[in-house]
Ligand binder design. Structure first.
Ligand code: NAD
Length: 413
């Protein structure tokens, strides 16, 4: 092995089901085979979705029956990596020393360990980094051939994008992708044919339910569609305040009427703002089944609800008023994850300064703080995103925004 690559490393692994089975373990640094690439993990971010694999283990839809009690998995699916050793097959494709963003959702069947999956892996069409593919809360990670073959290891564009911004391009790209799943059928005049427009209705009323980190990004991306009204409903006072701080001034400057409210007040706010009509777009940025169901009630004619948060496998059936679909053309869409194109679009937005991911960082730490970070996310103690630097050992520190300079400092630069 090359001089600078150690024999062993620390990795945050799930070794069963539940938070008690999440632990930082010393494991071997694997050597890449011909079709693999070994990368150093520059940083990794935590996501509310990490709780789902921790709580569901083999039952999680991306685990396909793989049991972490038998085959521990390294967690972490949002990150920025640098190849340090490239297998023979990828020598002309992947550059040692260049930085890459990871698109964790890989539209492929697994090539390795098929016996670990239910039915020997038959019928699997999507696998993911941080699930059955090695994850990013580790000092090093093996990138499997499916990831590279599906264009899910994406070189950063020219410029000086900090590691944390590259890592956050993944969750932001899920929001970009999700909003492009909403569509409206537009008629420019009674005589012209219908056409479909992707995204939030321009000049309409958009509602975001939940102002967690993902809800905040939904607000940011929704603003690019220039709705007349943008309503954010969130019960947590501190989170509403964060949304006001982030977007109040910008919305005013863009001529968007931003209204922050609570679930209790929401119906009367919508009635007042839309003259009783209802909203054109609703984004459900949380994973609670009754709220998904309720979201249809907020829609006006032609309105679209977008189920962004996933719900539990045993609590996922909702009822929809079929008369409203028929007579009022309301509809529902949803998406999970993003495509490489969404990451590329997001990285371009970051590189050009249109999105500043540093605003959303509210905690940083070394790899020894990764478990605490996941716990804080589970308890909704985080106002924004948490970033882990695997090469560093440092407790979790709460912060109010993060920058390239601060990142250099924590990395000892
Ligand atoms: N579709 C995707 O590609 C994708 C990607 C990443 C995350 N997600 C999912 O998005 C969801 C949101 O992620 P997050 O990190 O922001 O989660 P989070 O749990 O931090 O935030 C959810 C917010 O919803 C609020 N809330 C609770 N009840 C509410 C109500 N009745 N009305 C309005 N708000 C309410 C909570 O107070 C909280 O602030 C999660 O379910 C996550 O798994 C989806």
């Amino acid at each position: 092995m090359g001089n600078s690559i150690p024999e062993t490393m620390m990795a945050l692994q799930l070794t069963g089901v539940g938070m008690d089975t999440v632990e930082l373990r010393e494991v071997e640094v694997p050597r890449p085979e011909a079709d693999q690439v070994l990368c150093r993990v520059e940083c990794a971010a935590a996501c509310a979705s990490d709780s789902k694999i921790i709580d569901q283990g083999p039952e999680h839809s991306l685990m396909h029956g793989w049991d972490p009690a038998k085959w521990p998995v390294t967690l972490g699916h949002e990150g920025c990596v640098t190849p340090v050793e490239v297998g023979r097959n990828w020598q002309d494709v992947i550059e040692v020393g260049r930085r890459y963003a990871v698109q964790p959702a890989v539209p492929s069947a697994p090539s390795r360990y098929r016996e670990r999956y239910a039915n020997g892996g038959r019928g699997i069409r999507k696998i993911a980094v941080g699930y059955t593919l090695p994850g990013l809360f580790a000092e090093y990670v093996i990138i499997e051939p499916e990831v590279i073959g599906c264009s899910c290891l994406l070189p950063l564009p020219e410029g000086d994008i900090p590691h944390f911004a590259a890592a956050l391009s993944e969750p932001i790209s899920c929001v970009v992708a999700a909003q492009q799943h909403s569509f409206h059928i537009i008629k420019d005049s009674p005589e012209t044919p219908r056409r479909a427009e992707l995204g939030m209705l321009r000049g309409g009323t958009t509602l975001v339910l939940g102002a967690g980190p993902m809800g905040l990004w939904h607000v940011e991306i929704a603003m690019s569609y220039e709705p007349a009204n943008l309503i954010v409903s969130e019960p947590n006072d501190a989170r509403r305040e964060t949304a006001r701080r982030f977007f109040g001034e910008r919305a005013r400057a863009a001529g968007i009427n931003l209204v922050l409210t609570t679930p209790d007040e929401l119906e009367s706010v919508i009635a007042d703002l839309t003259g009783g009509r209802g909203v054109d777009d609703c984004i459900v940025a949380l994973g609670i089944r009754p709220i998904q169901e309720k979201s249809f009630d907020y829609l006006g004619e032609g309105g679209v609800t977008n189920l962004f948060g996933g719900v539990k496998a045993d609590d996922h059936m909702i009822s929809v008023d079929a008369r409203r679909i028929h007579y009022e053309s309301i509809s529902v869409v949803g998406s999970s994850g993003s495509d490489p194109s969404d990451i590329i679009e997001t990285l371009d937005m970051v590189a050009s300064g249109r999105i500043q991911p540093g605003n959303y960082v509210s905690a940083v730490g070394g790899l020894d703080a990764a478990r605490d970070l996941l716990q804080a996310v589970r308890e909704q103690r985080m106002e924004g995103k948490g970033i882990i630097y695997p090469s560093v050992r440092k407790p979790l520190e709460e912060i109010d925004g993060w920058s390239a300079e601060q990142e250099k400092k924590i990395l000892g630069g």
